[in-house]
Ligand binder design. Structure first.
Ligand code: NAP
Length: 516
Protein backbone atom coordinates (compact mmCIF):
# COMPACT_ATOMS: atom_id res chain seq x y z
CA UNK A 1 0.00 0.00 0.00
CA UNK A 2 1.50 3.41 -0.89
CA UNK A 3 2.41 5.58 2.11
CA UNK A 4 0.30 8.74 1.98
CA UNK A 5 0.22 11.96 3.95
CA UNK A 6 -3.40 11.09 4.79
CA UNK A 7 -4.17 9.18 7.98
CA UNK A 8 -6.85 6.48 8.33
CA UNK A 9 -8.73 8.98 10.52
CA UNK A 10 -8.81 11.45 7.67
CA UNK A 11 -10.10 8.79 5.25
CA UNK A 12 -12.83 7.90 7.75
CA UNK A 13 -13.86 11.51 8.31
CA UNK A 14 -13.97 12.24 4.57
CA UNK A 15 -16.15 9.18 4.01
CA UNK A 16 -18.46 10.47 6.77
CA UNK A 17 -19.23 13.51 4.61
CA UNK A 18 -21.09 11.34 2.07
CA UNK A 19 -24.86 11.78 2.36
CA UNK A 20 -25.84 8.18 3.12
CA UNK A 21 -28.04 6.78 5.87
CA UNK A 22 -27.80 3.03 5.24
CA UNK A 23 -25.31 0.62 6.76
CA UNK A 24 -24.21 -0.96 3.47
CA UNK A 25 -20.54 -0.42 2.54
CA UNK A 26 -18.51 -1.30 -0.56
CA UNK A 27 -14.80 -1.95 -0.58
CA UNK A 28 -12.76 0.33 -2.86
CA UNK A 29 -9.39 -1.01 -4.05
CA UNK A 30 -6.27 0.99 -4.89
CA UNK A 31 -4.80 0.21 -8.32
CA UNK A 32 -1.29 0.10 -6.85
CA UNK A 33 -2.01 -3.27 -5.24
CA UNK A 34 -5.56 -4.19 -6.14
CA UNK A 35 -6.28 -4.49 -2.40
CA UNK A 36 -9.06 -2.75 -0.50
CA UNK A 37 -8.02 0.75 0.47
CA UNK A 38 -11.19 2.04 2.15
CA UNK A 39 -14.93 1.44 2.25
CA UNK A 40 -17.68 3.72 1.00
CA UNK A 41 -21.35 3.88 1.99
CA UNK A 42 -24.18 3.53 -0.54
CA UNK A 43 -26.56 6.46 -0.84
CA UNK A 44 -30.15 5.44 -1.40
CA UNK A 45 -32.64 7.23 -3.64
CA UNK A 46 -34.11 8.80 -0.46
CA UNK A 47 -30.66 10.10 0.52
CA UNK A 48 -30.36 11.76 -2.89
CA UNK A 49 -33.81 13.34 -2.66
CA UNK A 50 -32.98 14.56 0.85
CA UNK A 51 -29.65 16.04 -0.29
CA UNK A 52 -31.38 17.84 -3.16
CA UNK A 53 -34.04 19.28 -0.81
CA UNK A 54 -31.43 20.62 1.60
CA UNK A 55 -29.33 21.95 -1.28
CA UNK A 56 -32.41 23.75 -2.58
CA UNK A 57 -32.80 25.62 0.70
CA UNK A 58 -29.10 26.44 0.96
CA UNK A 59 -29.11 27.73 -2.62
CA UNK A 60 -31.57 30.52 -1.86
CA UNK A 61 -29.21 32.22 0.60
CA UNK A 62 -26.16 31.51 -1.56
CA UNK A 63 -27.75 33.15 -4.60
CA UNK A 64 -28.78 36.18 -2.50
CA UNK A 65 -25.29 36.53 -1.02
CA UNK A 66 -24.14 37.92 -4.37
CA UNK A 67 -21.09 37.73 -6.59
CA UNK A 68 -18.68 39.52 -4.26
CA UNK A 69 -19.29 37.07 -1.41
CA UNK A 70 -19.04 34.06 -3.67
CA UNK A 71 -15.85 35.39 -5.19
CA UNK A 72 -14.24 35.76 -1.73
CA UNK A 73 -15.21 32.22 -0.74
CA UNK A 74 -14.03 30.67 -3.99
CA UNK A 75 -10.70 32.49 -3.90
CA UNK A 76 -10.16 31.19 -0.35
CA UNK A 77 -10.94 27.69 -1.65
CA UNK A 78 -8.39 28.20 -4.42
CA UNK A 79 -5.71 28.99 -1.84
CA UNK A 80 -6.65 25.94 0.23
CA UNK A 81 -6.36 23.69 -2.85
CA UNK A 82 -2.79 24.88 -3.32
CA UNK A 83 -1.97 24.57 0.40
CA UNK A 84 -3.32 21.01 0.47
CA UNK A 85 -1.84 19.93 -2.84
CA UNK A 86 0.28 17.14 -1.35
CA UNK A 87 -2.75 15.51 0.24
CA UNK A 88 -4.80 15.94 -2.93
CA UNK A 89 -1.99 14.50 -5.05
CA UNK A 90 -1.77 11.48 -2.76
CA UNK A 91 -5.51 10.86 -2.85
CA UNK A 92 -5.71 11.16 -6.63
CA UNK A 93 -2.85 8.69 -7.02
CA UNK A 94 -4.17 6.25 -4.44
CA UNK A 95 -7.60 6.18 -6.08
CA UNK A 96 -6.62 6.22 -9.76
CA UNK A 97 -3.17 4.62 -9.98
CA UNK A 98 -1.87 7.48 -12.11
CA UNK A 99 1.58 9.03 -11.79
CA UNK A 100 2.28 12.07 -9.64
CA UNK A 101 2.82 14.17 -12.76
CA UNK A 102 -0.64 13.30 -14.04
CA UNK A 103 -2.14 13.84 -10.58
CA UNK A 104 -0.55 17.29 -10.55
CA UNK A 105 -2.34 18.03 -13.83
CA UNK A 106 -5.61 17.46 -11.94
CA UNK A 107 -4.74 19.58 -8.92
CA UNK A 108 -3.50 22.47 -11.05
CA UNK A 109 -6.63 22.25 -13.17
CA UNK A 110 -8.89 22.33 -10.10
CA UNK A 111 -7.13 25.44 -8.78
CA UNK A 112 -7.17 27.19 -12.16
CA UNK A 113 -10.86 26.48 -12.70
CA UNK A 114 -11.67 27.78 -9.22
CA UNK A 115 -9.77 31.02 -9.77
CA UNK A 116 -11.24 31.56 -13.24
CA UNK A 117 -14.82 31.16 -12.11
CA UNK A 118 -14.33 33.19 -8.94
CA UNK A 119 -13.07 36.13 -10.97
CA UNK A 120 -15.21 35.84 -14.10
CA UNK A 121 -18.66 34.94 -12.80
CA UNK A 122 -19.78 38.50 -12.12
CA UNK A 123 -18.52 39.74 -15.47
CA UNK A 124 -20.23 36.98 -17.45
CA UNK A 125 -23.44 36.80 -15.42
CA UNK A 126 -24.09 40.31 -14.16
CA UNK A 127 -26.71 40.93 -16.82
CA UNK A 128 -26.95 43.83 -19.27
CA UNK A 129 -29.24 46.43 -20.69
CA UNK A 130 -30.23 45.74 -24.31
CA UNK A 131 -31.79 47.98 -26.93
CA UNK A 132 -35.52 48.06 -26.30
CA UNK A 133 -37.91 47.11 -29.08
CA UNK A 134 -40.07 50.14 -28.26
CA UNK A 135 -37.53 52.88 -27.52
CA UNK A 136 -38.64 55.47 -24.93
CA UNK A 137 -41.75 53.41 -24.18
CA UNK A 138 -39.88 50.57 -22.48
CA UNK A 139 -36.39 49.69 -21.21
CA UNK A 140 -35.18 46.13 -21.38
CA UNK A 141 -32.56 44.24 -19.36
CA UNK A 142 -31.34 40.66 -19.47
CA UNK A 143 -30.74 39.09 -16.10
CA UNK A 144 -29.24 35.71 -15.34
CA UNK A 145 -31.05 33.69 -12.70
CA UNK A 146 -29.32 30.63 -11.20
CA UNK A 147 -31.12 27.45 -12.20
CA UNK A 148 -31.24 26.08 -8.64
CA UNK A 149 -29.72 22.69 -7.88
CA UNK A 150 -27.32 21.22 -10.42
CA UNK A 151 -26.67 17.48 -10.45
CA UNK A 152 -23.11 16.51 -11.28
CA UNK A 153 -22.13 12.97 -12.25
CA UNK A 154 -18.42 12.34 -12.65
CA UNK A 155 -16.46 9.22 -13.61
CA UNK A 156 -13.35 7.74 -12.00
CA UNK A 157 -10.67 8.84 -14.40
CA UNK A 158 -10.13 12.56 -13.59
CA UNK A 159 -12.30 12.83 -10.51
CA UNK A 160 -10.76 15.96 -9.05
CA UNK A 161 -10.48 18.16 -12.11
CA UNK A 162 -13.74 17.04 -13.71
CA UNK A 163 -15.57 17.73 -10.45
CA UNK A 164 -14.05 21.20 -10.29
CA UNK A 165 -14.97 21.97 -13.90
CA UNK A 166 -18.66 21.34 -13.21
CA UNK A 167 -19.10 22.13 -9.53
CA UNK A 168 -17.18 25.40 -9.29
CA UNK A 169 -18.95 27.29 -12.11
CA UNK A 170 -22.28 26.09 -10.69
CA UNK A 171 -21.37 27.53 -7.28
CA UNK A 172 -19.99 30.71 -8.84
CA UNK A 173 -23.28 31.17 -10.73
CA UNK A 174 -25.26 30.90 -7.48
CA UNK A 175 -26.42 27.29 -7.81
CA UNK A 176 -26.19 24.42 -5.35
CA UNK A 177 -24.74 21.05 -6.34
CA UNK A 178 -25.51 17.45 -5.53
CA UNK A 179 -22.75 15.30 -6.96
CA UNK A 180 -22.73 11.57 -7.52
CA UNK A 181 -19.09 10.60 -7.17
CA UNK A 182 -17.81 7.43 -8.73
CA UNK A 183 -16.52 5.07 -6.02
CA UNK A 184 -13.00 5.33 -7.39
CA UNK A 185 -12.70 9.07 -7.09
CA UNK A 186 -14.91 9.86 -4.13
CA UNK A 187 -12.09 10.51 -1.64
CA UNK A 188 -10.45 13.07 -3.93
CA UNK A 189 -13.80 14.79 -4.43
CA UNK A 190 -14.58 14.76 -0.71
CA UNK A 191 -11.19 16.29 0.10
CA UNK A 192 -11.77 18.98 -2.52
CA UNK A 193 -15.22 19.67 -1.12
CA UNK A 194 -13.78 19.90 2.39
CA UNK A 195 -11.52 22.75 1.23
CA UNK A 196 -14.54 24.59 -0.19
CA UNK A 197 -16.55 24.07 3.00
CA UNK A 198 -13.70 25.41 5.11
CA UNK A 199 -13.49 28.36 2.73
CA UNK A 200 -17.15 29.19 3.42
CA UNK A 201 -19.31 27.05 1.13
CA UNK A 202 -22.27 25.85 3.27
CA UNK A 203 -22.21 22.08 3.88
CA UNK A 204 -25.59 21.49 2.24
CA UNK A 205 -24.74 23.60 -0.80
CA UNK A 206 -22.40 20.95 -2.21
CA UNK A 207 -23.54 17.48 -1.24
CA UNK A 208 -21.75 14.32 -2.32
CA UNK A 209 -23.61 11.04 -2.75
CA UNK A 210 -22.22 7.66 -3.74
CA UNK A 211 -24.05 4.51 -4.72
CA UNK A 212 -25.27 2.61 -7.71
CA UNK A 213 -26.09 4.17 -11.04
CA UNK A 214 -29.50 2.49 -10.92
CA UNK A 215 -30.49 3.97 -7.56
CA UNK A 216 -28.43 7.08 -6.70
CA UNK A 217 -27.69 8.06 -10.30
CA UNK A 218 -31.26 7.76 -11.53
CA UNK A 219 -32.66 9.54 -8.45
CA UNK A 220 -30.33 12.45 -9.09
CA UNK A 221 -31.38 12.86 -12.72
CA UNK A 222 -35.01 12.67 -11.58
CA UNK A 223 -34.77 15.53 -9.07
CA UNK A 224 -32.25 18.23 -10.01
CA UNK A 225 -32.83 21.36 -12.12
CA UNK A 226 -29.87 20.81 -14.45
CA UNK A 227 -27.59 17.83 -14.98
CA UNK A 228 -23.87 17.75 -15.83
CA UNK A 229 -22.74 14.33 -16.90
CA UNK A 230 -19.26 13.12 -17.74
CA UNK A 231 -18.88 9.54 -18.84
CA UNK A 232 -19.57 7.17 -21.69
CA UNK A 233 -21.67 8.00 -24.71
CA UNK A 234 -24.05 5.14 -23.90
CA UNK A 235 -24.85 6.55 -20.44
CA UNK A 236 -24.89 10.10 -21.81
CA UNK A 237 -27.68 9.14 -24.22
CA UNK A 238 -29.74 7.76 -21.35
CA UNK A 239 -29.22 10.90 -19.25
CA UNK A 240 -30.13 13.10 -22.24
CA UNK A 241 -33.37 11.17 -22.76
CA UNK A 242 -34.33 11.64 -19.12
CA UNK A 243 -33.38 15.32 -19.15
CA UNK A 244 -35.45 15.74 -22.31
CA UNK A 245 -38.50 14.15 -20.72
CA UNK A 246 -38.16 16.43 -17.68
CA UNK A 247 -37.36 19.47 -19.86
CA UNK A 248 -34.25 20.31 -17.87
CA UNK A 249 -30.94 21.28 -19.43
CA UNK A 250 -27.94 18.98 -19.59
CA UNK A 251 -24.28 19.18 -20.48
CA UNK A 252 -22.87 15.88 -21.64
CA UNK A 253 -19.13 15.32 -21.82
CA UNK A 254 -18.75 11.93 -23.43
CA UNK A 255 -16.32 9.58 -25.11
CA UNK A 256 -13.77 10.11 -27.85
CA UNK A 257 -11.50 8.30 -30.29
CA UNK A 258 -9.11 11.19 -30.66
CA UNK A 259 -6.83 11.45 -33.70
CA UNK A 260 -3.35 12.95 -34.03
CA UNK A 261 -2.07 13.91 -37.49
CA UNK A 262 1.72 13.92 -37.94
CA UNK A 263 2.67 15.80 -41.12
CA UNK A 264 5.83 15.50 -43.20
CA UNK A 265 7.57 18.67 -41.97
CA UNK A 266 7.93 17.65 -38.31
CA UNK A 267 11.00 16.66 -36.36
CA UNK A 268 10.15 12.95 -36.01
CA UNK A 269 11.80 12.55 -32.61
CA UNK A 270 9.92 15.49 -31.07
CA UNK A 271 6.72 14.35 -32.72
CA UNK A 272 7.15 10.84 -31.31
CA UNK A 273 7.64 12.28 -27.81
CA UNK A 274 4.42 14.30 -28.19
CA UNK A 275 2.56 11.27 -29.47
CA UNK A 276 3.80 9.02 -26.65
CA UNK A 277 2.67 11.53 -24.04
CA UNK A 278 -0.60 12.27 -25.79
CA UNK A 279 -1.54 8.61 -26.08
CA UNK A 280 -0.42 7.30 -22.72
CA UNK A 281 -0.76 10.13 -20.26
CA UNK A 282 -2.93 8.62 -17.51
CA UNK A 283 -2.40 5.41 -19.50
CA UNK A 284 -4.86 6.63 -22.11
CA UNK A 285 -7.66 6.90 -19.54
CA UNK A 286 -8.28 10.53 -20.30
CA UNK A 287 -11.17 11.59 -22.49
CA UNK A 288 -8.95 13.83 -24.65
CA UNK A 289 -5.97 11.48 -25.01
CA UNK A 290 -4.99 10.18 -28.44
CA UNK A 291 -5.98 6.71 -29.73
CA UNK A 292 -5.34 7.12 -33.47
CA UNK A 293 -2.12 8.39 -35.05
CA UNK A 294 -2.06 9.26 -38.76
CA UNK A 295 1.54 9.78 -39.83
CA UNK A 296 2.69 11.05 -43.23
CA UNK A 297 4.53 8.40 -45.22
CA UNK A 298 7.60 10.63 -45.65
CA UNK A 299 8.32 10.68 -41.89
CA UNK A 300 6.66 7.40 -40.97
CA UNK A 301 9.88 5.38 -40.62
CA UNK A 302 11.85 7.75 -38.34
CA UNK A 303 8.69 8.67 -36.40
CA UNK A 304 7.81 5.03 -35.77
CA UNK A 305 11.38 4.17 -34.77
CA UNK A 306 11.46 7.08 -32.32
CA UNK A 307 8.06 6.14 -30.88
CA UNK A 308 9.12 2.54 -30.33
CA UNK A 309 12.39 3.66 -28.79
CA UNK A 310 10.57 6.00 -26.42
CA UNK A 311 8.10 3.33 -25.25
CA UNK A 312 10.41 0.28 -25.32
CA UNK A 313 11.34 0.42 -21.66
CA UNK A 314 8.66 2.55 -20.00
CA UNK A 315 9.09 3.71 -16.42
CA UNK A 316 5.88 2.30 -14.98
CA UNK A 317 4.83 2.88 -11.39
CA UNK A 318 2.42 4.58 -9.05
CA UNK A 319 4.80 5.68 -6.27
CA UNK A 320 3.86 8.92 -4.56
CA UNK A 321 6.74 10.81 -6.16
CA UNK A 322 7.72 11.95 -9.66
CA UNK A 323 9.76 8.81 -10.43
CA UNK A 324 7.38 7.19 -12.96
CA UNK A 325 6.31 8.25 -16.44
CA UNK A 326 3.32 5.92 -16.80
CA UNK A 327 0.85 4.73 -14.18
CA UNK A 328 -1.54 1.81 -13.83
CA UNK A 329 -4.84 1.08 -15.46
CA UNK A 330 -7.44 2.10 -12.92
CA UNK A 331 -9.36 -1.12 -12.34
CA UNK A 332 -9.84 -4.77 -13.17
CA UNK A 333 -12.60 -3.70 -15.59
CA UNK A 334 -10.21 -1.36 -17.41
CA UNK A 335 -7.57 -4.08 -17.55
CA UNK A 336 -10.13 -6.51 -19.01
CA UNK A 337 -11.25 -3.97 -21.64
CA UNK A 338 -7.71 -3.24 -22.78
CA UNK A 339 -6.82 -6.93 -22.92
CA UNK A 340 -9.98 -7.72 -24.88
CA UNK A 341 -9.27 -5.01 -27.48
CA UNK A 342 -5.67 -6.17 -27.83
CA UNK A 343 -6.52 -9.87 -28.12
CA UNK A 344 -9.22 -9.14 -30.70
CA UNK A 345 -6.84 -6.98 -32.76
CA UNK A 346 -4.02 -9.54 -32.69
CA UNK A 347 -6.40 -12.39 -33.56
CA UNK A 348 -7.56 -10.42 -36.61
CA UNK A 349 -4.03 -9.65 -37.83
CA UNK A 350 -2.79 -6.47 -36.13
CA UNK A 351 0.89 -6.16 -35.25
CA UNK A 352 2.19 -4.97 -31.89
CA UNK A 353 4.85 -2.34 -32.62
CA UNK A 354 5.73 -1.85 -28.96
CA UNK A 355 4.26 -2.89 -25.62
CA UNK A 356 1.44 -5.40 -25.51
CA UNK A 357 2.16 -6.97 -22.12
CA UNK A 358 0.63 -6.79 -18.67
CA UNK A 359 3.15 -6.06 -15.89
CA UNK A 360 1.81 -7.87 -12.82
CA UNK A 361 5.17 -7.65 -11.04
CA UNK A 362 4.54 -3.89 -10.66
CA UNK A 363 0.83 -4.08 -9.85
CA UNK A 364 -2.19 -6.15 -10.89
CA UNK A 365 -3.49 -3.73 -13.54
CA UNK A 366 -0.26 -2.31 -14.94
CA UNK A 367 -0.01 -2.63 -18.71
CA UNK A 368 2.66 -1.50 -21.14
CA UNK A 369 1.85 1.44 -23.42
CA UNK A 370 0.97 -0.38 -26.63
CA UNK A 371 1.09 0.78 -30.25
CA UNK A 372 -0.53 -1.32 -32.99
CA UNK A 373 -0.20 -1.25 -36.76
CA UNK A 374 -2.22 -3.10 -39.35
CA UNK A 375 -5.49 -2.21 -37.60
CA UNK A 376 -8.53 -2.79 -39.81
CA UNK A 377 -12.24 -1.85 -39.53
CA UNK A 378 -13.26 -5.34 -38.39
CA UNK A 379 -11.25 -4.94 -35.16
CA UNK A 380 -12.88 -3.50 -32.02
CA UNK A 381 -9.95 -1.16 -31.48
CA UNK A 382 -10.49 0.49 -34.87
CA UNK A 383 -13.56 2.59 -34.07
CA UNK A 384 -14.58 1.90 -30.46
CA UNK A 385 -13.02 3.88 -27.64
CA UNK A 386 -10.54 1.68 -25.76
CA UNK A 387 -9.91 4.31 -23.07
CA UNK A 388 -6.59 2.83 -22.06
CA UNK A 389 -3.08 1.77 -23.03
CA UNK A 390 -3.58 1.18 -26.78
CA UNK A 391 -3.01 3.49 -29.75
CA UNK A 392 -3.19 2.54 -33.42
CA UNK A 393 -0.76 3.91 -36.00
CA UNK A 394 -1.76 4.41 -39.64
CA UNK A 395 0.42 5.68 -42.53
CA UNK A 396 -1.16 8.24 -44.87
CA UNK A 397 0.00 9.71 -48.17
CA UNK A 398 -1.11 13.30 -47.70
CA UNK A 399 -2.87 15.84 -45.54
CA UNK A 400 -6.28 15.30 -47.13
CA UNK A 401 -6.20 11.57 -46.51
CA UNK A 402 -5.18 12.25 -42.89
CA UNK A 403 -8.03 14.71 -42.28
CA UNK A 404 -10.64 12.45 -43.89
CA UNK A 405 -9.47 9.51 -41.79
CA UNK A 406 -9.35 11.60 -38.61
CA UNK A 407 -12.92 12.78 -39.20
CA UNK A 408 -14.24 9.31 -40.06
CA UNK A 409 -15.38 8.60 -36.52
CA UNK A 410 -18.68 8.84 -34.67
CA UNK A 411 -16.77 10.87 -32.06
CA UNK A 412 -15.40 14.42 -32.13
CA UNK A 413 -13.90 15.35 -28.79
CA UNK A 414 -10.26 16.31 -29.31
CA UNK A 415 -7.86 16.27 -32.26
CA UNK A 416 -4.22 17.16 -32.73
CA UNK A 417 -2.02 18.13 -35.64
CA UNK A 418 1.78 18.26 -35.63
CA UNK A 419 3.34 20.49 -38.29
CA UNK A 420 5.90 23.29 -38.47
CA UNK A 421 3.75 25.33 -40.83
CA UNK A 422 1.31 27.78 -39.25
CA UNK A 423 -0.64 27.93 -42.51
CA UNK A 424 -1.00 24.15 -42.67
CA UNK A 425 -1.98 24.05 -39.01
CA UNK A 426 -4.74 26.59 -39.65
CA UNK A 427 -6.03 24.70 -42.72
CA UNK A 428 -6.07 21.34 -40.93
CA UNK A 429 -7.61 22.78 -37.74
CA UNK A 430 -10.40 24.31 -39.81
CA UNK A 431 -11.13 20.92 -41.36
CA UNK A 432 -11.00 18.74 -38.23
CA UNK A 433 -14.36 17.91 -36.64
CA UNK A 434 -13.71 18.11 -32.92
CA UNK A 435 -14.56 20.30 -29.94
CA UNK A 436 -10.88 21.03 -29.25
CA UNK A 437 -7.91 21.06 -31.59
CA UNK A 438 -4.31 21.16 -30.43
CA UNK A 439 -1.48 22.18 -32.71
CA UNK A 440 1.96 20.70 -31.96
CA UNK A 441 0.61 19.21 -28.75
CA UNK A 442 -1.87 16.46 -27.96
CA UNK A 443 -4.33 17.93 -25.48
CA UNK A 444 -2.68 20.03 -22.79
CA UNK A 445 -3.04 23.35 -24.60
CA UNK A 446 -6.82 23.26 -24.73
CA UNK A 447 -7.30 21.24 -21.52
CA UNK A 448 -5.39 23.77 -19.45
CA UNK A 449 -7.08 26.79 -21.05
CA UNK A 450 -9.89 27.02 -18.55
CA UNK A 451 -11.11 30.30 -20.05
CA UNK A 452 -11.99 28.42 -23.26
CA UNK A 453 -14.98 26.10 -23.71
CA UNK A 454 -14.39 22.36 -23.61
CA UNK A 455 -16.69 19.72 -25.04
CA UNK A 456 -17.37 17.51 -28.00
CA UNK A 457 -19.23 17.34 -31.28
CA UNK A 458 -21.08 14.33 -32.72
CA UNK A 459 -21.29 11.46 -30.20
CA UNK A 460 -18.77 13.15 -27.92
CA UNK A 461 -21.40 15.26 -26.27
CA UNK A 462 -23.56 18.32 -25.97
CA UNK A 463 -22.84 21.61 -24.25
CA UNK A 464 -19.57 22.99 -22.98
CA UNK A 465 -17.73 23.25 -19.69
CA UNK A 466 -15.14 25.93 -18.88
CA UNK A 467 -15.06 29.50 -20.14
CA UNK A 468 -18.14 31.72 -20.41
CA UNK A 469 -20.11 28.81 -21.82
CA UNK A 470 -19.36 26.74 -18.72
CA UNK A 471 -20.88 29.42 -16.49
CA UNK A 472 -23.87 30.17 -18.71
CA UNK A 473 -25.00 26.54 -18.36
CA UNK A 474 -26.13 27.23 -14.81
CA UNK A 475 -28.42 30.21 -15.36
CA UNK A 476 -31.65 31.00 -17.12
CA UNK A 477 -31.61 34.22 -19.12
CA UNK A 478 -34.56 36.28 -17.94
CA UNK A 479 -35.71 39.34 -19.87
CA UNK A 480 -37.10 42.17 -17.74
CA UNK A 481 -38.85 44.96 -19.64
CA UNK A 482 -40.20 48.07 -17.92
CA UNK A 483 -42.73 50.51 -19.34
CA UNK A 484 -41.20 53.95 -18.78
CA UNK A 485 -44.51 55.81 -18.65
CA UNK A 486 -43.01 58.65 -20.74
CA UNK A 487 -45.35 57.73 -23.53
CA UNK A 488 -48.33 55.44 -23.28
CA UNK A 489 -48.22 52.09 -25.10
CA UNK A 490 -51.19 51.76 -27.51
CA UNK A 491 -54.23 50.10 -26.00
CA UNK A 492 -56.80 50.39 -28.78
CA UNK A 493 -57.06 50.34 -32.57
CA UNK A 494 -57.29 54.16 -32.58
CA UNK A 495 -54.07 54.41 -30.48
CA UNK A 496 -52.24 52.11 -32.90
CA UNK A 497 -53.46 54.10 -35.90
CA UNK A 498 -52.20 57.33 -34.31
CA UNK A 499 -48.77 55.88 -33.57
CA UNK A 500 -48.21 54.03 -36.87
CA UNK A 501 -46.79 57.07 -38.65
CA UNK A 502 -44.35 58.14 -35.91
CA UNK A 503 -43.16 54.56 -35.49
CA UNK A 504 -42.48 54.11 -39.18
CA UNK A 505 -40.58 57.39 -39.16
CA UNK A 506 -38.56 56.27 -36.15
CA UNK A 507 -37.76 52.89 -37.72
CA UNK A 508 -36.61 54.51 -40.98
CA UNK A 509 -34.53 57.06 -39.10
CA UNK A 510 -32.82 54.36 -37.04
CA UNK A 511 -32.12 52.40 -40.24
CA UNK A 512 -30.68 55.54 -41.87
CA UNK A 513 -28.31 56.18 -39.01
CA UNK A 514 -27.49 52.41 -39.02
CA UNK A 515 -28.58 51.76 -35.47
CA UNK A 516 -31.05 49.03 -36.33
P1 NAP B 1 -19.95 5.50 -17.43
O1 NAP B 1 -20.07 4.04 -17.32
O2 NAP B 1 -20.86 6.19 -18.35
O3 NAP B 1 -20.11 6.05 -15.93
C1 NAP B 1 -19.85 7.40 -15.60
C2 NAP B 1 -20.58 7.74 -14.31
O4 NAP B 1 -21.97 7.73 -14.57
C3 NAP B 1 -20.34 6.75 -13.18
O5 NAP B 1 -20.23 7.44 -11.97
C4 NAP B 1 -21.61 5.90 -13.20
O6 NAP B 1 -21.93 5.35 -11.95
C5 NAP B 1 -22.63 6.93 -13.61
N1 NAP B 1 -23.83 6.35 -14.23
C6 NAP B 1 -23.92 5.26 -15.02
N2 NAP B 1 -25.20 5.05 -15.41
C7 NAP B 1 -25.93 6.05 -14.86
C8 NAP B 1 -27.31 6.40 -14.90
N3 NAP B 1 -28.21 5.66 -15.57
N4 NAP B 1 -27.73 7.50 -14.23
C9 NAP B 1 -26.84 8.25 -13.56
N5 NAP B 1 -25.53 7.96 -13.46
C10 NAP B 1 -25.06 6.88 -14.12
O7 NAP B 1 -18.49 5.93 -17.85
P2 NAP B 1 -17.11 5.32 -17.38
O8 NAP B 1 -16.82 4.14 -18.20
O9 NAP B 1 -17.09 5.19 -15.91
O10 NAP B 1 -16.13 6.52 -17.79
C11 NAP B 1 -15.36 6.51 -18.92
C12 NAP B 1 -16.03 7.27 -20.05
O11 NAP B 1 -16.11 8.64 -19.68
C13 NAP B 1 -15.22 7.23 -21.33
O12 NAP B 1 -16.09 7.01 -22.41
C14 NAP B 1 -14.63 8.62 -21.41
O13 NAP B 1 -14.32 9.05 -22.70
C15 NAP B 1 -15.68 9.44 -20.77
N6 NAP B 1 -15.13 10.71 -20.27
C16 NAP B 1 -15.42 11.86 -20.96
C17 NAP B 1 -14.89 13.08 -20.55
C18 NAP B 1 -15.20 14.34 -21.28
O14 NAP B 1 -14.94 15.43 -20.75
N7 NAP B 1 -15.74 14.29 -22.49
C19 NAP B 1 -14.06 13.12 -19.44
C20 NAP B 1 -13.77 11.93 -18.77
C21 NAP B 1 -14.33 10.73 -19.20
P3 NAP B 1 -21.44 3.87 -11.54
O15 NAP B 1 -19.97 3.97 -11.39
O16 NAP B 1 -22.15 3.63 -10.27
O17 NAP B 1 -21.85 2.97 -12.66
Amino acid sequence: MPATTATPDLFASLVDDVVATGAERVAVPTPATGETHHELPRSTADDVVDAVSRARLAQIAWARAGFAHRRRVLLRAHDLILERRELLLDLVQVESGKTRGQALEEVVQAAAVTRYNALEASRVLKGRRVRAGLPTLVTTRVRYRPKGVAGVITPWNYALSLAAMDVVPALAAGCAVVQKADDQGALSILALRRAFVEAGVPEALWAVVTGSAEEAGEALTDTVDYICFTGSTATGRRIAEKAGRRLIGASLELGGKNPMIVLDDVDPVHAAADAAFGCFSAMGQLCVSIERIYVHRKVAAPFTAALVERLRDPRLGSGLDYGSDFGSLASAAQFARVTAHLDDAIAKGATVLVGGNPRPEIGPWFFEPTVLTGVTPDMDVYAAETFGAIASLYIVDDEVEAVLAANASEYGLNASVLTRSARTAKRVSDALLAGSINVNEAYRGSFSSVAAPMGGVKASGLGRRNGREGLLRFVDAVTVSRATGILQLPRSGADVARLEGPFLLLTRTLRAIRRS
